[in-house]
Design a protein around this ligand. Structure first.
Ligand code: TXA
Ligand code: MG
Length: 343
């Protein structure tokens, strides 16, 4: 299939918004920009359309999708119960990078919920995403618009690199402002549970919620036979083709480690200030003391370091894990298949 490319920055690009909305209403799949990462969208209430998302990405069937809406009131039809805390979180963080897991309504197909009795909902902040959802007049199921297992896309070029010819269209809305996916929080139990760190930090959530449990899977490897609260966490994720290991220590210790362990095909993923410090090829994933900058750059950096000629082994610096740093570390840890060397 020929993948069409549209440019939409806001609702003012009215003709393109209408064309994209028509493709979605007719059961097509379109990659759209959000403030976090690009999403591969289809009508969330049309099981056959949602199937096409799984086919294009090669996504495991039991990994549920986030349903994107254009306003809080839209979630009433998609859920069977909306706790007061959902309203409070939406007042503070929507539109924005926060996804809430709630009990689902019957209209949500099993393909969207992965067979779970719940549904994940979010109102994105990118004006193009909001304009397209509104024009389509239906909620949009959308996982990140990458091939399953690889780094998420933060530009339309990343999407085309992975999915050209496999999807109906891509909407180019520029570079994603946040760069890592939304924070996923479950509101099913008495105490809210953080399932995936993202654009909203645990500290910001606690300001609204008071108490918050961090799910162990945020830090740890979930055994395949265990049942994680968020099915997405058990899969290989964000991985470059080359093997990646995180090496934890000072810059001097890191450099010495690289010098004694490098082989032909080695590369380094480091902070911007350190680009001149190594004899092997280096790619930066942002400024050392700026987790938001690292979040914006991480996925592009993973793609770039993996594309260096002949690279088969990547040594990565260990980011801080405070605030937005937790989301950066969570993604890098999965890209490394949980391989961390502490010096
Ligand atoms: O920022 C984002 O969230 C992006 C953009 C496109 O909105 N989307 C995204 O989707 O990251 P995806 O499919 O790559 O990640 C969705 C995550 C997965 O880890 C999945 O397991 C979890 O959300 N999830 C979805 N529905 C769930 C549910 N009902 N219960 C628990 N976890 C759920
Ligand atoms: Mg994803």
């Amino acid at each position: 299939m020929q993948t069409r490319v549209f440019t939409i920055h806001s609702g003012a690009d009215a003709k393109a918004v209408r064309e994209v909305a028509d493709i979605l209403k007719n059961g097509g799949v379109v990659a759209i920009p959000t403030e976090t990462v690009y999403g591969l969208a289809a009508n969330a209430l049309d099981a056959a359309a949602v199937e096409k998302i799984f086919a294009a990405k090669g996504r495991p069937q039991d990994n549920p999708l986030i349903v994107h809406v254009a306003g809080f009131d839209d979630i009433r039809a998609l859920t069977s119960r909306v706790p007061a805390r959902a309203r409070e979180l939406s007042r503070r963080f929507w539109p924005g990078p926060l996804t809430m897991v709630l009990p689902k309504a019957n209209c949500i197909p099993d393909t969207v919920s992965g067979g779970l009795p719940t549904v994940a909902v979010r109102m994105p902040a990118h004006p193009a995403a909001l304009a397209v959802i509104q024009a389509a007049g239906v909620p949009l199921a959308a996982p990140s618009a990458n091939l399953s297992g690889g780094p998420s896309p933060t530009t339309a070029a990343h999407v085309l690199n992975d999915l050209d010819g496999l999807i109906d269209a891509v909407v180019d809305g520029g570079e994603c402002a946040v760069g890592v996916e939304s924070t996923v929080v479950s509101l099913l139990d008495e105490v809210p549970r953080l399932l995936r760190p993202g654009g909203i930090t645990p500290g910001q959530l606690r300001e609204v919620l008071g108490n918050l449990i961090i799910d162990p899977a945020v830090y740890a490897d979930i055994e395949r036979d265990q049942k994680p609260s968020s099915p997405g966490m058990k899969y290989k994720h964000y991985s470059p083709r080359a093997r990646l290991v995180i090496v934890k220590g000072s810059l001097d210790a890191f450099r010495e480690y690289v010098e004694t362990h490098e082989q032909p095909g080695s590369a380094v993923l480091c902070f911007e200030e350190e680009l001149d410090a190594f004899s092997v090829p280096c790619v930066s994933f942002g400024k050392r003391a700026d987790a938001a900058d690292q979040a914006r750059q991480l996925f592009d950096a993973l793609r770039r370091v993996d594309a260096l000629p002949g690279v088969n082994f990547i040594f990565a610096r260990h980011p801080e894990t405070e605030g937005m740093g937790l989301a950066v570390y969570n993604r890098l840890l999965r890209a490394a298949a949980f391989e961390v060397i502490t010096l």
